[in-house]
Design a protein around this ligand. Structure first.
Ligand SMILES: [Zn+2]
Ligand SMILES: [Zn+2]
Length: 137
């Protein structure tokens, strides 16, 4: 889906900050903190101010185009994706990566079967040490 298609549904225009935030999120291979998004946008265009980046993130969140993960104090962002991944979160540096896992679908099926509970979102996060931090211990 292009940003234009995504925004047109809700009658929003594509602006330069919106396009840049979108590109940064889609090019990143991991979750980014808001500060990292601001830095990456500034590398592409130093003229975009930080507050428009923050406003864009909250607009995208309202439109469910991005997913925010909170881990304690730290909040990270990524393009919205379906549930079939688990998040691996580093306790030390906060790096968050995806791990594709059948376990999510299995859990969904089991929940429906056992108690008749209808799961909407399943958000599985595993905390620990990322490869970089694990090497440093
Ligand atoms: Zn780490
Ligand atoms: Zn994710």
């Amino acid at each position: 889906m292009t940003l234009e298609t995504a925004l047109r549904r809700s009658d929003h225009r594509v602006t330069r900050p919106r396009q840049l935030v979108w590109d940064v999120l889609h090019d990143a291979e991991r979750h980014l903190s808001a500060a990292e998004i601001v830095d990456a946008v500034h590398l592409l265009d130093p003229g975009v101010n930080s507050s428009s980046v923050y406003r864009t993130l909250s607009l995208f969140a309202d439109l469910e185009l991005v997913r925010e993960s909170r881990h304690g104090e730290l909040s990270t962002w990524e393009p919205a994706h379906d549930d079939a991944v688990i998040h691996l979160v580093c306790d030390r540096c906060g790096a968050t990566t995806h791990h594709a896992a059948d376990v999510v679908d299995t859990l969904r099926v089991q929940l429906k079967r056992s108690g008749g509970f209808e799961p909407r979102t399943i958000d599985v996060a595993v905390t620990g040490l990322c490869p970089t931090c694990a090497k440093r211990t």
